[in-house]
Design a protein around this ligand. Structure first.
Ligand SMILES: Cc1ncc(COP(=O)(O)O)c(C=O)c1O
Length: 382
């Protein structure tokens, strides 16, 4: 047999946990999935209707790599209204999932040996993307005492003229941290001083429970050094539609588009018609889903606290980042899955051990059952 190289990257930890839960369920085991970042709500009806109408009207052929012009127009208006980012449809790309936009941005902006700053904790896939670009990762721990924001982090000591890019997830998966205006200003000053790129992943922007989200790309000096990425998966419960988008300076947009045209071509045409309805239609379903996530989070926190544990209330998104009394959180998550049939994601998948991430993407009753089972395990709620 022809020899194979070892895999370039590991499979996503969150996807792996979900697969195990599905295996349990196939054997009729009552498994509870607190591991999935995929919203459990149905996509709002006016969005599915628009996509079905597009299908009926025959929008089934491949469209422009850049994305449907009317969708890019709606995105440009959204960037201006919600984010204070002035851009135009020519500088916007629509991708199959924001994950692909992040991949294209990181592989375009960085090369072998470049330094890329990732915060700890941060979403599982950035590291794999930087690895695929053969760039070097500089992991900068956020301050747990300051709710995993910059707090007492000496960021100025950690970046230099060798820094090529910084990936800024705001709000953060897994902690729900929303960076303040002052923190964004600090990152902006360093990016300008050392001339580096910021890849801003704002996919949880619409799910803010406390405080206010701001886009770093709107700050002065950032327009020509920021790729702002967003998507429909979280806000509109559209994770299976695979739709993301970005804006960036034109040469970067052109280069990212070339990567897209030579790999995945374009996002699904009729799905993009649904996305136009998502942006232009009523936003009340988004707020309704946010309110339910917030209520689930509060329920989970109450159960953990009643059992004697502590956990911070996240300012955004639908995750809880729960401290546990062991650094071997990978083994703990596996034990909990085997013994209690509850899937969680170990903090080390996000670069910080000693935590479990719980995703409140299942109905409240199931959260109650799952979190209660968890609190009965050693090392949790202590
Ligand atoms: C921080 C973050 N960015 C990006 C994504 C990818 O989202 P999409 O479904 O748009 O590819 C996720 C999904 O879990 C995420 O948590």
């Amino acid at each position: 047999m022809v020899t194979t190289y070892p895999p370039r990257i590991e499979p996503s930890a969150t996807v792996r946990m979900g697969d195990t839960v599905r295996e349990f369920r196939a054997r009729d085991v009552d498994a509870i999935n607190l591991g999935s970042g995929s919203p459990d709500f149905a996509t709002p009806e006016h969005i599915t209707e628009a996509a079905m109408r597009a299908l009926g009207e025959g929008h089934t052929r491949m469209g422009m790599t850049a994305g449907l012009p009317e969708l890019r127009e709606a995105i440009a208006e959204k960037f201006a209204a919600d984010n204070g980012i002035e851009t135009d449809p020519a500088s916007i790309g629509v991708t199959p999932g924001s994950k692909f936009a992040l991949f294209a941005a990181i592989t375009q902006l960085t090369r072998e040996g470049d330094e890329v700053v990732l915060f700890d904790p941060s979403w599982v896939s950035y590291e794999a993307m930087v690895d695929l670009a053969d760039s070097d990762i500089d992991r900068v721990p956020l301050d747990p005492e300051a709710g995993f924001s910059l707090g007492n982090v000496e960021l100025a000591e950690r970046v230099s003229d060798d820094t090529r890019a910084l990936v800024l997830n705001n709000p953060v998966n897994p902690t729900g941290t929303v960076f303040s205006r002052a923190e964004l200003g600090e990152i902006r000053d360093l990016a300008v001083d050392h001339d580096f790129w910021v890849v801003a992943d704002e996919i949880y922007e619409k799910l803010v429970h406390d405080g206010e989200h701001r886009s770093i790309g709107s700050l002065s000096g950032m327009a020509d050094r920021t790729v702002t990425v967003n998507g429909f998966s979280k806000a509109y419960a559209m994770s299976g539609w695979r739709l993301g988008y970005y804006t960036a300076p034109q040469p970067v947009v052109d280069a990212m588009r070339a990567i897209q045209s030579q790999t995945v071509s374009s996002a699904t045409t009729f799905a993009q018609h649904g996305a136009v309805a998502a942006l232009e239609g009523p936003q009340t379903p988004v707020e309704e889903m946010r309110r339910i996530y917030d209520s689930r989070i509060r329920t989970a926190i109450d159960i953990i606290e009643d059992a004697g544990g502590t956990v911070s209330r996240p300012s955004a998104a639908f995750y809880l980042f729960v401290p546990v009394s062991t650094d071997d959180d990978v083994e703990l998550a596996e034990t909990i899955l085997d013994e209690q049939q509850v899937a969680t994601t170990p903090g080390s998948a996000f670069g910080v051990s000693g935590y479990l991430r719980l995703a409140c993407t299942i109905p409240e009753e199931r959260i109650k059952e799952g979190v209660t089972r968890l609190t009965e395990c050693p090392h949790v709620a202590v």
